[in-house]
Structures are given as structure tokens and as C-alpha cells.
Write a protein that binds this ligand. Sequence first.
Ligand code: HT7
Ligand code: ZN
Length: 874
Amino acid sequence: PQTIYLRDYRVPAYLVDTVDLRFELFEDGARVHSTLAVRRNPESDAGAAPLELDGDSLVLESVALNGQALAEGAFEDRGDKLIVASVPEQFDLTVVTWIEPQNNTRLEGLYKSSGMFCTQCEAEGFRCITFFPDRPDVMSRFRTRIEADRSAYPVLLSNGNDVERGELADGRHFVTWEDPFPKPCYLFALVAGDLVEKRDAYTTGSGREIDLRMYVEPRNAEKCDHAMDSLKRSMRWDEEVYGREYDLDIFMIVAVDDFNMGAMENKGLNIFNSSCVLASQDTATDLAFQRIEAIVAHEYFHNWSGNRVTCRDWFQLSLKEGFTVFRDSQFSSDMGSPTVKRIEDATLLRTAQFAEDGGPMAHPVRPASYMEISNFYTLTIYEKGAEVVRMIHTLLGPELFRKGSDLYFQRHDGQAVTTDDFVKAMEDASGRDLSQFRLWYEQAGTPVLNVSDDFDADQGVYRLTIAQAIPDTPGQTGKKPQHIPFALGLLGSKGESLPLRLAADQGDAPTDRVLELTQAEETFEFHGLAERPVPSLLRQFSAPVRVHYPWTREQLLFLMSHDPDGFNRWDAGQRLAVDVIQSLIGTPKDTAVDSRLVTAYRHLISDSSLDQALVAKMLQLPSEAYLIELSDSADVPAIHDARERVLKHLAIALRNELVACYRRNLESGAYAVTPDQIARRSLSNTALAWLLQINDEEGRELALRQFRSADNMTDRLGALRALVNSDYEDDRAQVLEAFYERFRDDPQVVEQWFSVQAASDRAGQLPQIRALLEHSAFDWKNPNKVRSVIGAFAGQNLAAFHHPDGSGYDFLAEQVCRLDDSNPQIAARLVTPLTRWKKFAPAYSERMKAALERIRDKTGLSRDVYEVVHKSLA
Ligand code: HT7
Ligand code: ZN
């Protein structure tokens, strides 16, 4: 496959002002009539170049220029391109293509899901519908007529406003939609199906009434309220915080079961993976409720950060994704607990994005090249991209950041632009120089900060020296220092916050401040200190970096209970637990666990005056994935064993406190997804899980009772998971069966049921995983099912996946090869755990590499999997 380079970007030779589409939808295929109003781009120096349109898997039926059919020879159909050699400066081109949505298992372009037609055009799916300049800097006004059988497809949707509808012969009907806003074709959408409509309304700040509609299969009609409420909250929030109002008269959301990602922000017609939008108390966990709120917000926010202002090319993907993730995380933070949200974001980044940054697929937030753009919807583009925007927010402060975003939206409304345009707007609005900061977009890899200090008692001066280094990544060495906002505080021996007085400071010194690092190494001197302080570093995780500082366990215990920064309290607890677990790896089973950890956890569990949401997070031991990430040569079974020993030690020592914690947090009253109730359920379910790890009989009874009587999915699934992960084999089988029988008709719940088993070191050994693949509810064509079994096994059941005999790796390679033929995007994502082979101890890494080689040797490998596997083996 060909590599595409940012440096080769050229403006399009032709622009398309309007697109007139007519879809004839049938059971055996669809005919697409497309008329494009094309003109030469005055900004291009290509002159009278041939017109080149992109295509993929299309059967071309006819081509006409200004209404005249083109003779063979006047155009060339190369499959991936339609080339018309000679065209005037301005013309209409009409192309008719035939496609087969019912056989489209890649789920790109137009396809069928549970009997309905739907589309996914980002990044390059529109070319699977018709020939078109499929690039985001070609923006057109779309008019779309959909024709289909009325009884099978009563609902026909596309972007914008419905302007005409009527009856056709043979029981068919049509609806025509018009979108007044020019948009790139990746934002095009079409839906046709037998769906129920749920309606609501929203009045904007300027008094416009927006018609809100959700379309779902009839069986899901009662699962729309949460998404609708989330949408209204998002609309209000974007007006209040960013001054952004919705622009069309209608906003639609559709739920589909078969979807490669979470959701898609098509203009006025968002399409969602059912699992990211449908919820009820009985079927969705707290986590799902929160996720749905965040994703609904994310897709809605794209209407400005993505749709009104879009990307010039796909190298700029983080322009819309990084900024929009930042916006949705601000929103979630405002809707719930800011500290908890920050902990969750940092955990994802440190566990998974840092791993990506340290692996063979590492790339900058603005990549310089790719083979298959679908492989670049990554944690780096999304999550690190959001951290980069967050750092600009930190450096500028909220007011100047808002000034910058206002300028960005006003300057670039209706345009396709670059990440550099975004940074320039921030610079122009604030007067700040962000030239060094731009390196965050260009350099891949996670900066490492080595921090050392000394205290001059005579002068009362505390010196903090910070050295930064950015590791080499594929194709990038010798990196320059970056501009890093580094928030910190200093604590005195009684836990008080000390003033942070730099030499140049006048007046009162703050107790919390952001240093700006710009050099490979720099020293900061804090004056006027009577004693050596304990440093609280990188508060709020103010930059996506690794910090090394030689904290003692005593200091970490001190920070755990005294740091006024909630994030760093949690971080101190994690660092302490990591240290304790790491020190046990490979030691004899009876090696003592540091009793100070028990004391610290006892305090957390027992003191109900503490912020319970934070406590719920602090009680989660560092995950195996994070412990692997921190290791250079990971022996997963040994890590698993050490972590489990610590957990069991804590559970045995704190058994009575855990039972008390469980009972104290048992919910009474009506279920609500509030921060307080979420924390309570998290605490009681953690207590339950720990008790079952030590085969506690009372814990077992509590779990069984909770499983039977729970009035919500969080508690039901919490009890199920605790029992499935326990040694009570009979209970495990019984609750799994009871759960399945109750929810067998609900695909989203069945997905949960699959993943609880696949992620369990007890229920998810390889023979059981293979049995799940044979289960009648498993469906190879449904990405959610594939993720819930194969993804959960390879991504969460780490001890089983990394079985020393290599069977887990062989299994994954086998499934990747199988899926590559039907859905390459999903297959390529599933390869991820194998790509990290260099991080593991030799006995494992050799087998992982061999599994990758087996995938590499499959004939007819897709471009998606080819890129991931070849880069991993390079
Ligand atoms: N912007 C959307 C990206 C997306 C996507 C990309 C590749 C293949 C399938 C896809 N479905 C959705 C999602 C988002 O970030 O909002
Ligand atoms: Zn997005």
C-alpha cells in the first residue's frame, strides 16, 4: 500500500458547489444518481487537469457531462478513481452507480444494520457510495432524495431539512432533504428504516425552537430519555461556556446496532452505536450512563468544532477530535465531579496513550504520514490531542482561551483548516507566543520529566530542578524540548500549603502555581521556606508527561492524606500501590506486604467524612495494564500474581471494614445517576469484589442477594462480576445463566454478559472464550460482539491472553485473519495488543512477534491490517 504524506498536500484542482443525490433503495442493492456542480478551483495551479474522483467497490452505470452521456474513452473507471480527461472550467457531472449495502460488512459507506439502511462516511466512506472528490477540503451543499418501499422503510432521513415528500408507484415513497450548510462529504448521512420517533424541543439562547428527534428500533423506545436529556444539557452548556448556538432547525439522533466506532457527528443527523446512546436503569450501568452523556455531548459539540469549522486534510484530524474531546471533558467535569473526571482522563492517558506513544504505531498529534487513515483514530489524536488543547487553556487562562476560541470560530467559520490555524487564533487572541508549544503537534512520544531537589536550610531556599527528555519514536530522533505547563504545590510538615515565592515575586505568593518549562533542564528556586517541603508535582496532571521524583513511601502516605489537590492525593496512592506491587513481583508468596498500605486503605474505607467519590477512585488498585506500561520487560503472570497478592492481603486485613463499607453504602431510595449515588455504588461493589476474592462467605451471600434483588444494572452487574471472578464455581454458572435468560433479547446487555466472562481470569480461559464465539448470540458481523469477546479477552484478561504457551496470541492472530476479510477496520484495531510485543519479557515477546508474522503472511491482507502489522514488525 501507498504511504500518504502531509508534505504532498495540494489544494483540490476542482471544487464541487452542490451535490444532488437520488438514492433508489432496494433489497438487492441501491442505485445512486449523483449530479455535481463542478468548477475549477481558482486557488489551484493545476489548470485544466483531468477531473479525478475517488471510488471504492462501485459498479459504474453511466457518466454524463452537462446532461450528455460520455462515450467510452472519454472517461476511465479505474475502480478507485473515475478520471474524466477533458472537462470545461465549470460543468455538471452526473454519475450513476450501483452498490450492494446488504453485502457491505466493512460498515463503511452505505450498509444495512438490523434491516435498516445507514451510512458511515468518515473518513473515506463516501467514495463507497458514489464517485466524488472524497477529501474534507471540498465542501458542498447537498440535496438528497431517498426512495424506498414505504412499509419496510417508513422513515427516510438525511442531513438538513425535509423539503419534499410523496408517494411513488409499487408502494414506494420518497423524501427529499436539503442541507443549507456546505459540508465535506464525510459528514453526509442517510438512514432508512422502520423506526420509532421520539420528539422533544430545545429553545436556544436567541429564542429559536429546535426540533429534537431520536429514531430507534421499536424495542428501544423506552431507552431514549437519558440521551435526549444529555443532548439538551449539551446544547445549553455550549451556549453558556463557548457561546455556540445550534444552527439548523432539526437535530436528529439515530441508534444502530452495527457500527465500527461509538458515534458519528453527521450534520444534523448524528448516528450512534446503540451501546453509546440507549439506556435504562434496568439495562445500563452508571458507567454507561456517563459514557452516553459524554458521547452525545461530544457529537453535538462537533457541530461547531468539526462541522462549521472542519479539517483541511486528515493529518489535521486532531483539530476537530482533540478540541472536541477537550470540550466534552470540560462538560463532563461540569456535570459531575471534576477531580474524578480528571482521574479518569489521566488514567486512560497514562495506561493506554502512553503505551501507544511508546510503541511502533507512535505518531504525533498531527501525523506526517499514514497508509490507512482509519488507523489514525487513535488515543494520540483524541486524548493526547485534548491534553494539548487543555495545556493551551492552562497557559492562557479561561478568559483568553475563550477569546481565542471565539476568534477561531469567527475567523474560520465555513472553512477547512489546520491545527496551526487553531494555535494561531489562540496566539492572536491572547498575545502569547506559542511557537515552541507547536512542537506538541509535531513531535511524537511522551516527555519524561526527571525532577530532583535540594533544600538550603540556611537561606530558606528550596531548589527544584526539572530535566525533560522525549524518547525516540519511529522515524523521529533528537527531539527538542517542549513548552510544558507544570502545576505544583509545596506542603509543610503539618500538611499546610506553603507559599511558592520565586525570586522575582513581589507581594503575596500563591500556594498553587503553574511553572512553564521550556528548557532541557531548568532550576526553580522557592524562597522564604522554614523547612524542607514535600513537593506535590504536576497537579491536576497539567501536562501529558511522566514524572520521576524519588518520593519515599512516607512522603506518598503523607500526600495521600494531606495534599489539597484531589488529583495528586489519588496519584500519591497510586504511586504507593505501584511501588508495593512492583516490589513483590517475583518474590516468594509469603513475602510481607507493607503494613502502611493497609493502614492507608483502612483510613480511606472507614472515614466517611472523606469525599466518597474520590475514595471510590483511590480504592482501585493500579490496573495490570498500567503496571505493564510501567515495566520494561513485563512478565504478565508475575505482575498479575503480585497485584492479586496485594489485593487479597488488603481484603483479609480489612475484611470487617469492607463489610461495614458495603452496608453503609447500600442504596435506599430511588435510583439516580448522581455523583453521590455513583460513588456509593462504586464503593459497595468494590467491597463486594474484594470480599469474594478471599472467598468470604458473608460476601458471597451479600453478592447473591444483591444479584437477585438489584433494581439497577450497576448493582446487578457488580454482583455478577464479583461472583464470576470468584472461586464459587456453581454460583458463577448459575448467575451467568440467570442473567442471560433474563436479558437474552437485549443486545447491549448480552454484550456486557460476554465481556464479563471474556475479561475474567476464572471464566475466560481460552476454551471458554472459544465457546463464547460459538454461542448463538455471538455475531461475527457485529463489531460490539467482537469487541465484547475478543477485545475484552486480549485487552482485559491479561493473564490469560499472555499465557506462557502463547495460545492467547495464536488465538488473536487467528481471529484477526478471519475478521480481516469482512471488516478490516475492526481487524486492525484488534491487532493492538500484539503490537506492543517489545515491552514483554523475551519468552512472551518472541511468541507475540511470531503471531504478528502469521498475520503478516495471510494472503490478501487489507491495507488497514497491513499497516499495523508491518509497522509493528519493522
Ligand atoms: N468523528 C467520528 C469518527 C468515526 C469514525 C472513523 C472511522 C471509522 C468509523 C467511524 N465512526 C465514527 C467519531 C467522533 O469522534 O466523534
Ligand atoms: Zn469526535
